[in-house]
Design a protein around this ligand. Sequence first.
Ligand SMILES: Cc1cc2nc3c(=O)[nH]c(=O)nc-3n(C[C@H](O)[C@H](O)[C@H](O)COP(=O)(O)OP(=O)(O)OC[C@H]3O[C@@H](n4cnc5c(N)ncnc54)[C@H](O)[C@@H]3O)c2cc1C
Length: 815
Amino acid sequence: MTENALPQRARVVVIGGGVIGSSVAYHLAHLGEDVLLLERDRLTSGTTWHAAGLMVTFGSTSETSTEMRKYTRDLYSRLEAETGLATGFTPVGFIELATDDDRLEEYRRVSAFNRWCGVDVQEISPREVLDLFPLAKVDDVRAGFYVAGDGRANPVDVTMSLARGARLAGAGVREGVRVLDVLTDRGAVTGVRTSAGDVECEVVVNCAGMWARQLAARSGVTVALQSAEHYYLITEPFEGVSGDWPVLEDPASHGYYREEGGGLLVGLFEPVCAPWKVDGVPDDFSFGQLPPDWDRMGPYLETAMSRVPVTADVGIKTFFCGPESFTPDLQPVVGEAPEVRNYFVAAGLNSIGILTGGGLGRAMAHWIVDGRPDIDVTGINIDRLHAYQTNPEYRATRTVESLGMVYQCHYPNRSMQTARGAKVSPLHERLVARGAYFRDVSGWEGADWYDPTGGTPEPGPLTWGRPRWFDWWAEEHRAAREDVIAMDMAFMAKFLVQGRDAGALLQSLSANDVDGDPGVITYTQWLNDGGRLEADLTVTKLDDERFWVVASDTAHRHVEAWMRRHTGDRHAVVTDVTSGYAQLNVQGPRSRELLQSLTSVDLSNDAFPFRAARRVDIGFARALCVRITYLGELGYELYVPAEQALHLYDRVVAAGPEFGLRHAGLKALASLRMEKGYRDYGHDIDNTDSVLEAGLGFAVSYDHDFVGRAAVEAKRSGGPLDRRLVQVLLSDPQPMLHHSEPVLRDGVAVGYVRAASYGHTLGGAVGLAMVQAPETVDKAWLEGADWQVEVAERVVPATVSLRPLYDPTNLKIKA
Ligand SMILES: Cc1cc2nc3c(=O)[nH]c(=O)nc-3n(C[C@H](O)[C@H](O)[C@H](O)COP(=O)(O)OP(=O)(O)OC[C@H]3O[C@@H](n4cnc5c(N)ncnc54)[C@H](O)[C@@H]3O)c2cc1C
């Protein structure tokens, strides 16, 4: 076989030789995999060749993203020694500018978190900004956030170096070979069909950049990304510019700035953007650029150039526009597709593919080799996305907003504003009439809070502090604790699992015992072989052959794929009934009285105890009523066929006034569950946590076999835990916690808040934090020190607890 002949087989075929495909191939080869990278044209010919090459570790409040950035920077700085090809990484430094109070607050919060992650970020004065970047206008600058070790790299050199490193480690790299199709058999990858013949393989990794969606669609795989125009300009060279200056970024002016060829490169993230080629990226688009839209970009350009005013006086050498892929939530599309076994994707990089590419390649390689990722992927997993998000109109509409979001202030209550109304609850119009303010909940319109004044709900200005609707939210919270609330939860993922072996299937997946008596709901986790969390959900046994499985919206497709992939030869059929059923939660100490006034079924504690699940009649409707709570009170969840949802809702609401019924939204759900310490998968617990560290050992039953059991037992017998999830309550009622705030024990950071809300009953902001001890996280360790949380620049005293701070003995829920 000649050097250029295509091998007939490889265990893994990586499709696409941009920075991502090259990094995936590099890392797979270093793990000893038999890997072949196929590139349609030449390496870097898609988006990578024209990237600006910013290398930034500062700026994310995601541990996953920050770790990827750090790893990438380190990799690019040492790659030349391994491959002989320089990456062009130059640690000239990076400065983020804050020009108003809200950005200052944001970057102080980010800095605190990034420092905890090991990023050496310093807050510097406007004067210091000027010293480092003498051409910047700093009269309106509040502060700069400076990372001396960040800088820039050359994306083409990075990619070539990675590809050389892959080859040196044994990978095949072929240019000029287009993958036409991925071949599958019985839902699993078997090979690829290419312009140069077929190649057998067990695994493919679609790293085809902006082509990834089109290629994936041929195999029925959903990759929701869209290419969009992305701009920078390069000035003529001029006196006084230095290549040693740091990269400067000013999101408020839509721009970033660095030296290029003796002049300056001014990069742009405009707030209103333009998708490109919604109908599909041409197959032959290589090393391509797009004609710049001067009219559209003119005003943004002017604002960006005003930060470095001299750029307006020197000539423009190039105004460059190239396409880059953006996703609906600005997170990459990563992992094994739920539709096809061993079909992996790493695409949709949202303009940070160079600076995260090393880390992403490393993570993908471990995922493929070990069978599961070793980082938290809950926010980036391909299975969070849904097929409708590949619709042309959806992509065209959402992408107008997504690129610009990169440079917006990332306020805690911000929701995407475009492509709204894609999915609505059967109760939607009723909730509108009640004054609901909606936010995007995995594409659903979710009622977040209610304006009880009868007007159109106005959220007021976005803020890091108390929002305009704080008191209405508090009132909803109070009603749940003292009276009764109604909450629309139509967006929850619901599955009917039926068949002779349905119980055996679910029992084998569930750490808890879910196959006991019929008519009982069980809270459980699903684990992987490593004993780490894959899902957090409830299973209700309806009868011996029918089970009702409910998971959160973000876990929808993950849970479904997990069940299907573990079914094997069992007689068990999984049906997604999310669209067929509404869910109305009626919760609070007076919920029993309210529902009892509507049904002939005896709801007394003896007849209908905690965890009971029964059919109830309400008016003309028949609902599945489950006595369970996610907010820590006596309460019920009503599941009703969608066509009876309005009828049931109207009956509940009509009976409500006598019992103090109030509508409550998702903000109240968050604050109530957080006080009770109830977990939320993908927010405060994720796939890197063992079930024991997550504090969910009480939901593990050792009387049956289940996936991950050996790992849980090993962990249990391994001695006390040195890492655990704890509840954190600020002693000062004023500051708000959002997430990612470092938690300090006697002044030393030992973890961070993974998710938070405001405890209206407890009287302060409350969150869940994973903390790490030198030896054991136990009561003595928690009580033997002073605790604080770092909120922006403030250190706020706090209480920490392993037990729920609200109703630790569960008296309320069993009342
Ligand atoms: C103007 C601009 C500035 C940017 N600046 C930065 C920056 O400063 N820092 C940063 O981190 N990121 C930046 N980016 C983003 C970065 O360039 C991208 O995120 C990154 O290059 C994406 O890499 P990729 O490998 O996913 O895609 P690509 O580079 O597009 O690679 C995909 C490859 O797949 C190949 N391919 C497609 N279909 C097939 C097929 N069927 N068979 C075989 N091969 C196929 C293509 O030819 C292509 O080479 C910038 C982007 C733009 C547009």
